[in-house]
Design a protein around this ligand. Structure first.
Ligand SMILES: Nc1nc2c(ncn2[C@@H]2O[C@H](COP(=O)(O)OP(=O)(O)O)[C@@H](O)[C@H]2O)c(=O)[nH]1
Ligand SMILES: [Mg+2]
Length: 363
């Protein structure tokens, strides 16, 4: 019988076709004494990274590819890679050759000795960010400070994309992971109890030769979402907070539209009010699609379907809102408390339906 694979290297990819062959070659050269496999988790990259990975996989049993359709997200890709592998040790690295594969044997040795998790750090002695642009280093250092806010166990590089852990640790935390955004390491540590042993090993980051970094405004946004989720998510789900925040912007949009149509353009109130409701619902839909439900975002033709579904959800929500408030008021509750009660029940209703239908993930 073949010996089992000891180490699964999970590589999330988006448009990394040019880097994959070189990465596998480097791993083969460096890891000759380890039984390893690589699981490439590709989100249907337009540059056909999956095809390239499968082509290599046909010749090399150590190579596998998971191709995800209509899904995006580094953290969730890594989690799926973990779940699709069986090795006792799990490594995560970028496909872009920025992470020094020569460190892998030392990382593995560190797990076999004492640690549950070992992080390849750019911010300790004998380590560096290499040629990474200055503004990127600044972003990364700020994210490091913020990231440490939610950790009991402070680290020099808690947002590193290059780390290794024991499968047992992953199995302990996997139900708690938010799976959102870019920073899976932070998510894992924040979800683990403080008794775990974490090691740090230095490395010099290499420069990206092909392809582009995917760091974007949305990645920064998702990072903040993760922090808030880990800080406050125990009490109120972050999505609900965002949904309510979007709801408040809707009130302003509504009032602005009403002002323009009724006050400035002299439309009859009923028409002005009806249009304002539609404009506010539409604006809420797009904001929720961009921020609140960013992980199950509608694109292309699905935007229309989603919008119609959101109109229906909100219309029912309004009916419920009005009936709760009217009943409460007729039972003697003061006008403002009845108003708030109606709005609160309506918001919870809209939120529940949005999750269950409008933005439900499993289609
Ligand atoms: N599956 C998947 N991989 C992603 C996604 N976004 C980025 N990646 C991969 O995650 C790794 C880190 O991304 P990169 O752009 O290098 O980030 P940077 O190192 O912070 O500049 C790379 O291998 C990317 O191809 C995504 O949405 N899905
Ligand atoms: Mg990178």
């Amino acid at each position: 019988m073949q010996p089992i694979t000891e180490l699964s290297i999970i590589v999330p990819t988006y448009n990394e076709a040019e880097n994959i062959p070189k990465l596998i070659e480097l791993l083969s050269d460096t890891l000759s004494s380890i039984n390893w496999e690589i699981v490439i988790v590709d989100d249907n990259s337009p540059d056909k990274t999956s095809d390239i990975a499968r082509k290599i996989a046909r010749q090399d049993a150590r190579v596998r590819c998971i191709q995800r359709i209509r899904r995006r997200g580094l953290s969730s890709a890594v989690i799926e890679g973990f779940l699709a592998s069986a090795s006792p040790y799990l490594c995560v690295m970028d496909a872009d050759l920025q992470h020094d594969e020569k460190l892998i044997p030392d990382m593995l040795a560190s797990l076999k000795q004492t640690n549950d998790l070992v992080v390849a750090s750019r911010y300790i002695e004998n380590a560096s960010t290499g040629t990474l642009a200055e503004h990127r280093v600044k972003i990364s250092q700020t994210a490091t400070r913020l990231g440490n806010m939610i950790l009991d166990h402070k680290l020099s590089d808690p947002i590193s994309g290059f780390f290794m852990l024991k499968r047992e640790l992953f199995e302990k935390v996997n139900h708690k992971l938010s799976g959102k955004g870019f920073k899976i390491l932070l998510d894992i540590i924040a979800s683990a109890d403080d008794k775990i042993n974490i090691g740090e090993l230095p490395y010099h980051m290499k420069s990206r030769e092909h392809g582009e970094s995917k760091l974007s405004v949305f990645v920064v946004w998702e990072f903040f979402s993760l922090l808030v989720n880990k800080l406050l998510g125990k009490y109120v789900p972050l999505k609900f907070m965002l949904f309510v925040a979007v709801g408040f912007t809707g009130v302003f949009v509504h009032m602005a539209t009403l002002y323009v149509t009724n006050q400035l353009m002299q439309w009859q109130f009923i028409y002005a009010q009806s249009l304002s409701v539609f404009v506010a619902m539409t604006s809420n839909y797009f904001l929720n699609n961009a921020f609140t439900f960013n992980d199950s975002k509608h694109t292309g033709i699905f935007v229309f379907k989603g919008l119609i579904s959101f109109y229906i959800t909100c219309s029912l929500g309004t009916l419920i809102n009005v009936s709760v408030a009217t009943t409460a008021n007729s039972q003697g509750m003061s006008w403002w408390l009845a108003g708030i009660a109606g709005a609160a029940v309506g918001a919870v209703w809209n939120f529940a339906l949005s999750i269950a239908y409008t933005w439900r993930t499993e289609k």
